[in-house]
Structure formats: structure tokens, C-alpha cells
Design a protein around this ligand. Structure first.
Ligand code: HEC
Length: 189
């Protein structure tokens, strides 16, 4: 295979393929996690961040926004600092369909191919827990819930709230009549 590469390279060069195509960044020399390095005295490639470094993602000063709880209680609604508009709902829809729908179903009703084949515990219908506060959904995404893992690595804070807003939209869509909207159901159905 190795011997074929220069030949393929020549063939591609002949077709005027841009040179960057043949020098993909992901293939260039680089350190992997936990690799050794002769550059640093301690022999490790991974460095300790300077003291006091905080991840760019970490927002401080608004626990309701970042943790979904205030004084140990789930927040009842989306934090005020987030504007619930079409853009937020569309972001939530996109992320829900990528990260959650395969288990909880596109409609949030727990109907999905994965759910049908899950042996351990079925992903619940998110429609049936519409009475739970917004913080409950945010915390489930952030910390995980039972056998469901945390999705904090996949979704940043804003994206998690966007998903919560979209789940609310799915719940409302199920309980609205064509002629107008009804308030959210207050109890399980
Ligand atoms: C791999 C499948 C899977 C994915 C992906 C997944 N979930 Fe779950 N989810 C589950 C399962 C299974 C449970 C029940 C866990 C338990 O009870 O131990 C659950 C539980 C929950 C609960 C708590 C339900 C309750 O009764 O209060 C919420 C809320 C929830 N998921 C929302 C989400 C959201 C939002 C996403 C996307 C960010 C998501 N889940 C992604 C499988 C999944």
C-alpha cells in the first residue's frame, strides 16, 4: 500500500489536484494523548495548564444557567439570559435530532429503532414527563440520568438549554389543538 501512495500522488498531481489535498493536517506529525516527548524535561507531551486557567466554556456567576439548579432545586424555566426565539429552537431541534432522537424518538415519545432493541432499560417518553421543570431536563442532559450518560461533552451549555426548549416544543405540539394552544399538561398521561 505504501508503495502505491507516490504513484497515486503523481496521478492526482497530473489531474491538477490542489497540493493541500495530499498534505492533510490530520496526517501530519503530532503528539497523541499521553505520548512521550524528548522536548520537555519530564518526558511527557501533555502539559499542565497554567494555574488559574478555566475552560472557555465555563461560565461563572449564574448557577441556574450552568447547573440547572438554584439552591439545590431544579430551575423551573429557562434562564432569563437566554432568548427563546426561532434560532434557539432551531438549534435545539438540530441537536436533539443528532444527540437524543435515536433513543427518545424524533417526537420525544420514546419510539425509536434503538429503543425497540435496548435490553437494559427503555428510553422513556419525554412526552410523559412534561410536568417536570426545565431544570430536570437540563440536569439529565448535563449529569446523565440513571443508565443514560451525560451529554455535556456533546452539547455546550447553550445547546443543552436549546434542546430543553425544543423538547418543550415537542411536548406542546403533542398537546395542542389545530385551533390554538393549550397550556402544558400538569400531570402524567
Ligand atoms: C443511548 C440512548 C439515549 C440517548 C442518546 C439519550 N437518552 Fe435520555 N434516557 C435514556 C434512557 C435509557 C433513560 C432512562 C435511564 C434510567 O432510568 O436509568 C433516559 C432518561 C432521560 C431523562 C429522564 C427521564 C425521567 O423519567 O425523568 C431525560 C429528561 C432524558 N433522558 C433526556 C434526554 C435528552 C434531552 C437527550 C439528548 C441530549 C437524551 N436523553 C439522550 C436513553 C438515552
Amino acid at each position: 500500500m505504501r508503495r502505491l501512495i507516490p504513484v497515486a500522488g503523481l496521478a492526482l498531481a497530473a489531474c491538477n489536484v490542489p497540493s493541500e489535498f495530499l498534505q492533510r493536517m490530520e496526517e501530519q506529525a503530532k503528539y497523541e494523548y499521553y505520548e512521550t516527548s524528548t522536548f520537555w524535561a519530564d518526558g511527557r507531551a501533555m502539559r499542565t495548564p497554567p494555574e488559574g486557567t478555566v475552560p472557555r466554556e465555563r461560565l461563572v456567576g449564574d448557577p441556574g444557567l450552568t447547573t440547572g439548579r438554584v439552591a439545590g432545586q431544579f430551575v423551573s424555566a429557562l434562564p432569563q439570559s437566554l432568548k427563546v426565539d426561532r434560532a434557539l429552537l432551531e438549534e435545539g431541534q438540530k441537536k436533539y435530532n443528532i444527540v437524543c432522537a435515536q433513543c427518545h424518538g424524533r417526537l420525544g415519545d420514546g419510539n425509536s429503532v434503538v429503543a425497540e432493541n435496548m435490553a437494559l432499560r427503555l428510553p422513556p417518553s419525554l412526552q410523559q414527563i412534561a410536568n417536570k421543570p426545565d431544570g430536570h431536563f437540563y440536569v439529565a442532559i448535563t449529569e446523565g440520568y440513571g443508565v443514560m450518560p451525560s451529554f455535556a461533552g456533546e452539547l455546550n451549555i447553550q445547546e443543552r438549554w436549546a434542546v430543553v426548549a425544543y423538547v418543550r416544543a415537542l411536548q406542546r405540539a403533542r398537546t395542542s389543538s389545530a385551533g390554538g394552544t393549550q397550556p402544558l399538561p400538569q400531570e402524567n398521561r
